[in-house]
Structures are given as C-alpha cells and as structure tokens.
Write a protein that binds this ligand. Structure first.
Ligand code: DOR
Ligand code: ZN
Length: 441
C-alpha cells in the first residue's frame, strides 16, 4: 500500500488524548494512524509540532454572497486566505451578505461559487427572514448548508425575525439545530432613544445590556422547549446566560467568542475605541470569568471568532454610528494556543472546542476529529513558538485586528486540508481548493 501523504514524528491530538504517532492519508482521508506506516508520495515531518484536528471557525462573515464581496472589506477569497494563514481549515459563513443567503437560488449559487473562490472548506448559513419562515426545512437541507441563522435582534444588515410567533413558526418547519443571534429586539428598540444622542464607545454595552442578551436567550429557549427543536445560542456574552444555558443543555447549544474570553470592559473601550465595538458587546470582567468557567465545566460547545470585517472609516465613526464587528478568523488559533500556554485550558480541550465541537453541533461529515476515515484536515502548530500579531499580517482586506501588537506563544505552522498542504510556515501553496462542507441532514 502506498499512501499520498504521511505526517510523521508529530504529537497528535486524538479525541481521547495526545499520542506520538504518524498519520497516513489516501484520497484526502485519514487512512491509518500508527507507527511504521510505509510508503507515501509525500512525507511531512512534524517533529516538535502538535497535530490538531483541522480547526473550524463556525462563525465568520466573509461578506460574499457568491457574487464577490465588498471591495476593501472582504470576499470569500481574502477571508479564507486569513483562515488558512491562521491555521483554520473550514469556516461556516453567515448570510448577511449581498445578495443575502435566504433563498434556494442564492444558496445554490453560493455553494457552486466556493469552488475556485476559497482557500478553506466552507459551510453556509441560510438566513431567516419574515418571508421564508415556513421553508427552513427545505433551506437547511440544501447542499453545504450548516444551519439556519436567525437574527432575533438587529445587527449588521437587515435580516431580522424578532417576535415569538414568527420564531415559533420557523422552529416548526424543519428539524435541524437553529442558530440564533439572541439579543432581544424589543429591549434594544425601547432603550435606543436614550442613547441616540451619542456618547462614549463604552455606551455600547450599556445600551445592549445584560438583560437584552439574557431576555433573548430565555425567550428562544422557551420556544425551543415548546417545539422540541434544538437551538444554538451564538456568541453568549453574559454570566447570566451561561448559568441559564447550563440548566438547558438538552436542547440548547452554547457558543463563546475569542473576544469575550480575552477582552473586558471598560479597559478595552478606552484602549481601542470603535475597534472594541461588536454585537453582542464586550462586557465587564465578571462575564469573561463566567465564560472561562463555562469552558471549564462543559457548558460551552464551541469557540468561534465572529470574524466581521468593516473598513477603518466605519470603525472610526463616533458611537453609535460606528460599525459593529471585529476581524478574528486569522488570530483565533494563536490566541487560544497562548491561553493553553497560560494554563487556562488543555490542548485537548482546545481541540474539542475548536474542531470537534463545531463539527458535532452542526453535523459536519468527516470533520472535527483525527480518526481513521475522516477528512485529512490538520492544524499543525508549534506550541512554544513566540510571535507577535500585527496588522500587516492580516489578510482581511480591511487590514486591521483588535489584537495588533499582542504577543502569542503558540503559532500555526501548517494548514492541511483533505491531505493538501495549503499553508506552510506563513505561505500559501497551490491554488484555492476549498470545497463545500457536507452536513448530516
Ligand atoms: O458585531 C457584529 N458584527 N455582530 C453581528 O451580529 C454581525 C456582525 C457583522 O456582520 O458585522
Ligand atoms: Zn456574527
């Protein structure tokens, strides 16, 4: 037997723990794991490196609905370039694009567009609107679609399904897990007038307060229980929601963002101004502590970046005109590896939250774990490498990161997708060969 590729001499992060072993790849899949695997067309020496299951960022906004993105901001090619430079092998892309991914024609066009326009594999969120509430069963089973995404509170773009009756209708069509931006629209609107006159950037988390997020999450959980339909609360940002979701794990999934784990108010607003503004907002340290506790006890199912690029001009507008959203797909893995080195969590737990978790939550076929038969997707990292994150490393067309100047310990050295080395030591190799991800129906 001759394989296409053997990764040798590395430390593997298998689902059940770390192991010194080699991996043989054939036809893009993991063919064998063990020692002395024999002949291969290509060999990758991972000596001194850790081989993680391909990291998935299940929450990105690449701004590209299949007809090109926004010039100077992002498109699928530049967004996915950032992903693979950052050691990410697959991204699940949100529907608030132009055109919005909310109907069969657009979702199929976006699926076909992935070939030749992406460096990494892509899953597609289908967006809920007031016009497609009864079609979610059909939209969520289209090829490449990871889930329905519901904006229950308004954010960037105009996708919104805010009232209980409509959310219940949507939850009664289809059966897969539905993902929610859960900030409560009624509370956002009730309190908007108080803040419209303007104020410091930190007013962002005073307006979009704890109750706004918590109320939305309570309402969605009640509808999930009423309909028996599983849901996923994206970017959970409050201690109150983590405590609540801990009691509702039967139906509810829980995502936390890198930013909510690493950046806290008021300091982050003083330091970064508009470059700290995102939805849901960065909040005080007690919420950050609760997020780490929820990582430690298993309440959190996955970590995401919510990569949401905006041009500098829009990030530098005064509050509340400032655009909400931060880049993150390229920096998430080095930042989280640094937290492993800080002793915050183990490399195994990182792999669970950044590869296995998103694959399980969305039912991604062949992804998330280094096991025989799965896709040969690997994030190969140097756990002790010291590097600095800088704006000029960022591939996103907007050209900035809220982590500019941050020193990291732990860095992605290679990104391998279905057996192809797509990134090696900071350089991409070959042509963009990303494909749509398959999901269990
Ligand atoms: O901060 C955010 N930015 N939150 C969202 O919900 C949307 C995102 C964007 O698309 O800019
Ligand atoms: Zn988002």
């Amino acid at each position: 037997m001759s394989y296409d590729l053997i990764l040798e001499n590395g430390t593997l992060v298998l689902p059940w723990g770390e192991a010194e072993a080699d991996i043989a790849v054939k036809n893009g899949k993991i063919a064998a794991i063990g020692a002395n695997l024999g002949q291969a067309a290509e060999r990758f020496n991972a000596k001194g490196l850790h081989v993680l299951p391909g990291v998935i960022d299940p929450h990105v906004h690449f701004r590209d609905g299949g007809k090109g993105g926004i010039e100077g901001v992002e498109d699928m090619l530049s967004g996915s370039l950032g992903a693979v430079l950052g050691g990410v092998t697959a991204c699940f892309d949100m529907p608030n694009t132009n055109p919005a991914g909310v109907d069969v024609a657009t979702l199929q066009a976006k699926h076909d567009y992935i070939n030749g326009h992406s460096w990494c594999d892509i899953g597609i969120f289908a967006g809920a609107t007031m016009d497609n509430l009864d079609e979610t069963g059909m939209l969520e089973s289209l090829p490449g679609v990871c889930a329905m995404k519901v904006f229950a509170g308004s954010s960037t773009g105009n996708l919104l399904v805010a009232d209980d009756v409509s959310i219940e209708r949507l939850m009664r069509s289809g059966r897969r897990r539905v993902s929610f931006h859960s900030e409560d629209e009624e509370r956002l609107q009730e309190r908007k007038a108080e803040f419209e006159k303007g104020g410091p950037y930190s007013d962002h988390y005073v307006w979009r307060d704890v109750e706004c997020a918590f109320k939305g999450t309570r309402r969605i959980t009640a509808i999930a229980e009423l309909t028996g339909r599983p849901a996923h609360i994206l970017h959970v940002s409050t201690a109150e929601e983590f405590a609540f979701l801990r009691e509702h794990k039967d139906l509810m999934g829980c995502e936390v963002l890198v930013n909510h784990l690493l950046q806290a108010a008021p300091e982050v607003y003083e330091r970064l101004g508009g470059y700290a503004v995102m939805n849901p907002p960065l909040r005080e340290k007690r919420h950050m502590d609760a997020a780490w506790a929820a990582v430690a006890d298993g309440t959190v199912d996955n970590i995401g970046s919510d990569h949401a690029p905006h041009p500098r001009a829009n990030k530098e507008k005064p509050w509340p005109a400032v655009a909400a959203g931060l880049t993150g797909v390229q920096t998430m893995l080095p930042l989280m590896l640094s937290q492993v080195n800080e002793g915050r969590f183990s490399l195994l737990r990182l792999a669970q939250l950044m590869a296995e978790g998103p694959a399980r939550i969305y039912g991604a076929v062949g992804k998330g774990r280094i096991v025989a038969g799965n896709d040969a997707d690997f994030s190969v990292v140097a756990l002790k490498a010291k590097r600095r994150i800088e704006n000029d490393w960022i591939a996103s067309q907007c050209g900035w990161t809220p982590f500019d100047g941050m020193d990291c310990t732990g860095w992605p050295m290679a990104t391998i997708i279905r057996g192809q080395v797509v990134m090696y030591e900071g350089q991409v190799t070959g042509e963009p060969m990303g494909r749509p991800v398959n999901f269990r129906s």
